[in-house]
Design a protein around this ligand. Structure first.
Ligand SMILES: Cc1cc2nc3c(=O)[nH]c(=O)nc-3n(C[C@H](O)[C@H](O)[C@H](O)COP(=O)(O)O)c2cc1C
Length: 409
């Protein structure tokens, strides 16, 4: 997330919801990822949380009123409106949504929302009846039509005791939505990316499985980068330490055959396939329905090969579609990746090193090569998975089939 939020100036507007205390955690995560967070508290928010908490967390002076006794030019509303890379209103009350939708300017935050041209992300939090009220829904629709982004709310037990939509969504989802909003360029708008991510668990019996160490981090980075560039993303996700990012459509698929089925169901409507999952090569044929008892006898598992998903996609590719594979290798990276590209009729293969300390399953960084029909990149320097995802989409844009073709109706 540091790759997206680092050095960004984020105005964190906190309004008068019972969830206002959660904004301290959001401020803290923004700072942790290298952003400069400018806290702004509405008068009502100050009934729930104090400016001192935000000042302590962010190291910035909190803005608490329009007319401060000694006005600091740095926090004057037009100056901040110009300086901000994005506005994040979390939690956003029904009141601030109404004011923003109507263009009201009766306090610092609502006034500055009119003055800024930076992206605005709202994370609403309120009672479920308030949230579903047509007035609130109409305000949300108005703000969305003007390009504001919304994240959440989540569903569950609300502070008032009701169950339903209205909870402030988790901080991670808020940061992901912010990362998407911060990317102004949307060259993949109208394009659909189909991605496999995570591991596979091939059952041995109802409680045991054969698995692998894929964490889903690379898939997460790819999905987020695709959304930052404007694509609609479907993630066929196996078990993963890091779930797909907020905003992606997720199709859970624990085994290779479930993944294949999901890919087959969605490939027809997709423009780009990226196979980042560590798909199991084999499965146990007809695993027993009952848990197998421990015994002293040696157990032999008979493993049957799974259908190769990337090869199926390559074979079933139409003119405008692009298929990208990953080759996780401990050795002969380029040779194996080139063979994979050719055999599976892929447009691009990302070879990456596994089995080393700083690259591969579960790691935050990666050592990779990008391989296309006519080009093998030199070994890319050690980089974050986010940085590799960005290079991958740059490379996809340069492919001859080109995602520059007009989006399909
Ligand atoms: C205990 C308490 C909890 C509240 N929680 C919420 C809430 O979660 N969402 C909301 O929209 N309003 C909530 N309100 C009402 C707002 O604080 C009120 O509408 C206020 O005018 C909002 O002002 P602001 O948007 O300028 O912060 C709550 C009020 C109280 C007293």
């Amino acid at each position: 997330m540091r790759a997206f939020l680092g050095d960004k100036v984020i105005v964190l507007g906190v309004t008068g919801s019972i969830a206002a205390y959660k904004a301290c955690e959001i401020a803290s995560r923004l700072v942790e990822h290298g952003a400069q967070a400018i806290p702004v508290l509405s008068a009502s928010a100050q009934q729930f949380v104090g400016a001192a908490s935000f000042e302590g967390i962010t190291g910035q002076r909190a803005i608490t009123s329009m007319f401060e006794p000694a006005q600091n030019p740095d926090i004057e509303h037009i100056a901040v409106a110009r300086r901000a890379d994005a506005f994040l209103i979390a939690p956003a009350t029904a009141n601030i949504l109404a004011k923003a939708a109507q263009g009201m300017a009766d306090d610092w935050l609502s006034t500055t929302l009119l003055a800024t041209r930076a992206p605005v992300v709202f994370a609403p939090a309120m009672n479920m009846n308030m949230y579903s009220h047509p007035a609130v829904q109409a305000n949300i629709a108005t703000l969305q039509s003007r390009g504001c982004a919304f994240v959440g709310p989540g569903s569950g037990q609300l502070a008032c005791g009701d169950m339903g939509p209205g909870r402030l969504i988790e901080t991670q989802a808020i940061l992901e939505a912010l990362a998407v909003a911060l990317h102004h360029d949307k060259p993949l708008a109208g394009k659909r990316v189909l991605l496999t991510s995570g591991a596979n668990h091939e059952p041995i019996d109802p409680v045991r499985y054969i698995g692998n160490r894929s964490s889903g981090k690379m898939g997460h980075a790819i999905a987020l980068e695709a959304m930052r560039r404007g694509a609609t993303v479907t993630v066929v996700s196996g078990p993963a330490e890091v779930p797909p990012p907020y905003g992606a459509r997720v199709v859970p698929a624990h085994t290779a055959s479930a993944m294949l089925e999901a890919v087959q169901a969605h490939w027809g409507e997709s423009d780009i396939f990226i196979g980042a999952a560590a798909v199991a090569d084999y499965h146990v044929e007809n695993p027993p329905a009952a848990k197998q008892k421990r015994s002293t006898a040696t157990v032999h598992l008979e493993l049957t090969p799974n259908t190769d998903i990337a090869a199926w996609v390559g074979l079933n590719k139409r003119g405008h579609q692009i298929a990208v594979g990953f080759a996780a290798e401990t050795h002969n990276h380029l040779e194996f990746a080139q063979e994979k590209l050719r055999k599976k009729q892929l447009d691009l293969v990302v070879a990456n090193a596994v089995g080393v300390a700083d690259s591969g399953f579960g790691k935050a960084t990666t050592r990779a090569w990008l391989i296309t029909d006519d080009h093998v990149s030199a070994a890319l320097p050690l980089m974050s998975k986010e940085a590799l995802a960005a290079l991958l989409f740059d490379a996809i844009a340069g492919l001859p089939a080109g995602v520059s073709a007009a989006p399909r109706a």
